[in-house]
Write a protein that binds this ligand. Structure first.
Ligand code: APR
Length: 253
């Protein structure tokens, strides 16, 4: 493992343009549940089809809105972890960095990362379900939330429609402008760091392979070993909040 860490650090040190691609695992050390981890993942405990689709929202708006407000309140109650801090530090050390995240929390921004692309939307950007105008996020301080807390979604001041979470639900397309910016960043990067993703959900999961085919080095950071298919692909086994600080220390100190 040490040799792989040294090799990865050498690639990072020489890189001019980096993409950091993150999934739920990057936020797990902050205390936010991932999706597919056995027993603890959100989809192990809650029914994705009953909560994370437009049909579910139409069928029971207050259940779906309440669940996402519970997730938003939870995300606001935790802090960025050392992995988020290392990514922000990396942004201050290299010429160009783009954060492409599947996560809907704002922990990269709260760790002072800039240029964050949210492929699957954000809990902080709700909009009207009918006319799609952006709507204000309610103040969560007034919430006493648990799973199953039904909350009536706010009503759109423009059209009277209901406020929906600003996330990409199953069956919905990714925001085109965000996707195109991510693909462009991946096409030109020297190194793509893939941190804390199971690679289960497309098209996001295709980005590391797109980076490899554009000649970049891809470094996976995950407690589960990631199968690698080329000499330009490395799997660092461990937690992002542990490995990233080690990687930066070797590359830049
Ligand atoms: N550091 C790094 N990786 C970790 C850590 C950690 N501390 N803890 C867990 N992981 C890894 C797990 O091993 C797993 O491979 O993070 C990954 C989390 O995988 P998922 O729960 O599937 O999350 P993600 O890959 O982000 O899911 C993609 O699926 O449900 C949709 O929209 C949702 O954006 C999400 C998408």
């Amino acid at each position: 493992m040490n040799q792989l860490l040294e090799t990865s650090a050498a690639y990072l040190k020489c890189a001019h343009t980096i993409v950091v691609f993150t999934g739920a695992g990057a936020s797990s050390e902050s205390g936010i549940a991932t999706f597919r981890d056995a027993l603890t993942g959100l989809w192990e405990r809650f029914d994705a089809q009953r909560l994370a689709t437009a049909q579910a929202f139409k069928a029971d708006p207050s259940l779906v809105w309440g669940w996402y407000e519970w997730r938003r309140a939870q995300a606001q109650s935790v802090l960025p972890n050392p992995g988020h801090a290392a990514v922000a530090q990396l942004g201050r050390l290299v010429s160009k960095i783009t954060i492409v995240t599947q996560n809907v929390d704002s922990l990269h921004e709260r760790a002072s990362s800039e240029n964050v692309l949210h492929l699957h939307g954000s809990l902080s950007s709700p909009r009207c379900f009918e006319c799609a105008i952006p709507m204000d996020v309610p103040d969560v301080d007034g919430y006493n939330l648990g799973y199953g807390s039904r909350i009536e979604p706010p009503v759109c001041p423009e059209c009277g429609g209901l406020c929906r979470p600003g996330v990409v639900w199953f069956g919905e397309s990714l925001p085109l402008d965000v996707w195109e910016a991510a693909v462009a960043a991946v096409a030109e990067c020297d190194v793509l760091l893939s941190i804390g993703t199971s690679g289960a959900v497309y098209p996001a999961a295709a980005l590391p392979k797109q980076a490899l085919s554009s000649g970049a080095v891809v470094i996976h950071i995950n407690p589960d070993r990631v199968a690698v298919s080329s000499e330009n692909e490395i799997s660092l086994v461990g937690k992002g909040g542990v490995i990233l600080p080690q990687l930066l220390a070797r590359a830049f100190n």
